[in-house]
Design a protein around this ligand. Structure first.
Ligand code: PLP
Length: 465
């Protein structure tokens, strides 16, 4: 008890923390003072010495910095996976960011028709643009936007097939990232999954024979995160569409990732597009906003106007709809697709995917000395060829040649050292996320853009391990 008296009073400590109070507010800093004093009191009880005043203040400031920092933090994604689901997928274009900020700051005509002064429909903000970009302006094509592609699939199935059957090939009963499994989504949508064919082969007659009085639709799901190779057979989309239409049924395609541009024209592996899906005869196509499209998290449902109207009437639509900032970013992103010549420059997802190995290697060579300097004698930092992947289920087997800074320990059994290096990079002011492979720590520089190079190098001085 006696010793407690020697600890300063909360108010006195607070007098020396005016800078921290200015930043974080009195309440947060007071909490940190109380917590540090309590820790010191506990220490005294166990025979530890009274902390120096400077050390006490430093500990309080550290605690305030920790508590005051946002939980959702920007990081450097050097994992080699461009669309990393755990790191927020697509980085938005500046045009999309500006539109989001504007929508957040001001009242906006979200559901207000400025021409008539009457009520508007939020889907109209992008429906026409999507019809223009995906279906050459076909007036019978419309769109509706929901929270993500999982929601798009759930809503489409419930609206078009509740209490009935949806026909899907056994080769396409996918699981995306653990929680999204087609059979489970079907059950939640109150749709009976009618599986046909086998894991490796499904034929046109399987679709034909599956159709009965309870069939509501035929469905194709893009196998986004795996490839079935060898003795395989899948039915062409045009053929499925013909079978569906002959029976008066809609054909739905869940595309997963949906780019609107021709990947091959950018030197990338070809990826199926919503344009191709509709041209092949799909009545509805669903895809994500934040995968290859390069926009905000959203689920896009595009297709036949009468089916879209039915989907929009479903009460789940209201529960799954998106807000104004999402629509602002989505509209701005879609507008970029009107100018294909400048798309690779303006859309970060495409810009990162199309970066040349030469450019990434040159960047790695520029940065290498700075990284070697902070790593010191324990490891050698070299520039090595590596391969990036697109991520988020697009083109699961394709790899993009890239370059990495590789930190290779100069001693054996360095597993613990590598974990320490990894943790040290993660603890930087802007955390750096790399990966350990083949007894070395890798930083794939594909997603470190030249504009962030100085910031990356500048913060290396804080690396501690
Ligand atoms: C990614 C994906 C989904 C889920 O999309 P989210 O936008 O993550 O909800 C559904 N189906 C397929 C085929 C996918 O690739």
């Amino acid at each position: 008890m006696n010793e407690n008296k020697r600890l300063p009073a909360v108010d006195r400590v607070l007098q020396q923390l005016s800078a921290a109070i200015e930043i974080y507010g009195r309440q947060l800093v007071t909490g940190c003072v109380r917590a540090e004093l309590a820790a010191a009191r506990e220490g005294l009880k166990h025979g530890l010495p009274l902390p120096e005043e400077a050390a006490l203040l430093a500990a309080i400031r550290r605690r305030a910095d920790d508590a005051g920092r946002a939980n959702l933090r920007a990081v450097f994604n050097l994992t080699g996976t461009v669309l990393h689901t755990n790191l927020g997928r697509a980085q938005l274009a500046e045009e999309a960011i500006a539109a989001m900020v504007e929508a957040a700051r001001s009242p906006c005509a979200l559901e207000y028709d400025l021409a008539s002064g009457g009520r508007g429909d939020r889907d109209d903000l992008v429906s026409g643009l999507l019809a223009e970009l995906i279906a050459g302006g076909d007036p019978n094509v419309a769109a509706t936007i929901v929270n993500n592609n999982a929601a798009a699939v759930l809503l489409t199935l419930n609206a078009l097939a509740q209490g009935k059957e949806a026909v899907v090939s056994r080769g396409e009963l996918v699981e995306i990232g653990g929680a999204f499994r087609i059979p489970d989504v079907m059950r939640r949508a109150q749709v009976k999954l009618h599986e046909i064919g086998t894991t490796n082969r499904t034929h046109a007659k399987d679709f034909q024979e599956a159709i009965n009085a309870k069939t509501a639709l035929l469905m194709k799901i893009h196998t986004s995160n795996y490839a079935v190779t060898g003795f395989t057979a899948a039915v062409d989309e045009k053929v499925i569409a013909d079978i569906a239409h002959a029976a008066g049924l809609p054909f739905v395609i869940d595309l997963g990732s949906g780019t609107l541009c021709d990947f091959a024209a950018h030197g990338l592996p070809a990826e199926p597009t919503p344009q191709q899906a509709l041209a092949a005869g799909a009545d509805i196509v669903t895809f994500s906003g934040d995968k290859l499209l390069g926009g905000p998290q959203a689920g896009l449902i595009v297709g036949r106007k009468d089916l879209i109207a039915k989907i929009k009437k479903n009460p789940l639509k209201r529960a799954l709809r998106v807000g104004k900032t999402t629509l602002a970013a989505l509209e701005a992103t879609l507008r970029l697709y009107r100018d294909p010549d400048r798309l690779a420059e303006r859309l970060p997802t495409l810009r990162l995917l199309t970066r040349s190995v030469a450019e990434i290697t040159a960047l790695a060579e520029r940065i290498q000395p700075a990284v070697q300097a902070v790593i010191g004698q324990q490891a050698t930092v070299s520039v090595e060829a590596c391969s990036s992947q697109i991520g988020s289920g697009a083109l699961p087997v394709e790899r993009l040649p890239s370059a990495a800074l590789v930190i290779r320990p100069n001693f054996k059994k360095a597993g613990k050292f590598l974990l320490t290096v990894e943790a040290a990079f993660r603890s930087l002011p802007t955390p750096v996320i790399g990966y350990i492979r083949d007894d070395a720590y890798h930083l794939d520089l594909r997603c470190l853009e030249a504009k962030d190079e100085a910031r990356f190098v500048e913060q290396l001085q804080y690396l501690k391990f």
